[in-house]
Write a protein that binds this ligand. Sequence first.
Ligand SMILES: Cc1cc2nc3c(=O)[nH]c(=O)nc-3n(C[C@H](O)[C@H](O)[C@H](O)COP(=O)(O)OP(=O)(O)OC[C@H]3O[C@@H](n4cnc5c(N)ncnc54)[C@H](O)[C@@H]3O)c2cc1C
Length: 326
Amino acid sequence: MVDRWLGCGNLQRLLHYHRCMHIADIMARDRRTVSFEFFPPSSDQAAAALEQRLAAFAEFEPSFVSVTYGAGGSTRVNTHDLVVRLQDEGRLDPVPHLTCVAHDEAGIDDILQRYARHGISNILALRGDVPADGQAHAPEAFPHAADLVRHIDRFNQAGGHPDARGFGIGVAGFPEGHPETPNQLVHMEHLRQKVDAGADWITTQLFTDNSHFFDWRDRCDLAGITCPIIAGLMPITSLATMRRMADLAAGTTFPARLQKRLQRYQDDPAAIEQVGIQWAVEQCNDLLDQGVAGLHFYTLNRSDATRRIFEALGAGSSAVLRANDG
Ligand SMILES: Cc1cc2nc3c(=O)[nH]c(=O)nc-3n(C[C@H](O)[C@H](O)[C@H](O)COP(=O)(O)OP(=O)(O)OC[C@H]3O[C@@H](n4cnc5c(N)ncnc54)[C@H](O)[C@@H]3O)c2cc1C
């Protein structure tokens, strides 16, 4: 397979391939992963702002960074462009999100082939949500994320990727359930199907109450889901952020204890931010104490809150959290 690649005369990409690691290698290297999520900027101004912050994010030395995939056509190209640029720069190891909603099989194959050619090692496979604008879109080749995982697995088996293992595949997990499937036993079964179809790891929806995560992790275990589970976290930096989180992650609980603290300072934005950061730090410490496989920060492309969390954890970079010290 590597010969085929070299046959394309693309030595530079081969070098990048070595820099971009399969999730199995990342997890063998890191005792636990630390990762950041970005969304692709949609304007020159947003791109310039992210560009500045990428240097700050790189200083945290994350295990990998992930890049979201939008519902609409133009933002989808932006994901690909940001992923390839990050990889070409070599400072951050990018994991693209890929949603199967509004995609036909040829479209998905085209994306997989392009990422494979660029030596991208891992993909977060999702269904996505039907665009709110109700625009007409391609027939659904893959109705659920498990169908997409199965397809990527077939792509891997067919030798479509320069790494013989193919793409490492991640899927989404929802500790507090998913709005479309109120029956939690059935929803757990759907998660198990994604893992059985070939997923290597799970990244969770954001949550602010660790007890939900721990209980759900135990239930995954009971359901025979044994792949690593990375916890998704997003610090509350303002009351508007909390409302946005509630929207993004429908069904997420904001514990009364947290809301009381926020209410106490509702007229003081700096204090609200401090409460939110402090809460996230408490969550991180608790998760680390209880052997979480990884911490994934939904950054909204801002590095400031992440820096403050790392400082409060006493970690200059993620290296100390990732260290494989036995
Ligand atoms: C870590 C993370 C990253 C995300 N990144 C993005 C992104 O980049 N872009 C984006 O658009 N969205 C993203 N999302 C949102 C996600 O796409 C939506 O929440 C979506 O509704 C669910 O995606 P899924 O991959 O879990 O889908 P699925 O696993 O397909 O599940 C969707 C729903 O269908 C149900 N279901 C599954 N299989 C079956 C079946 N066989 N029969 C009947 N019902 C079934 C499930 O129980 C669930 O209710 C992300 C979410 C998370 C947690």
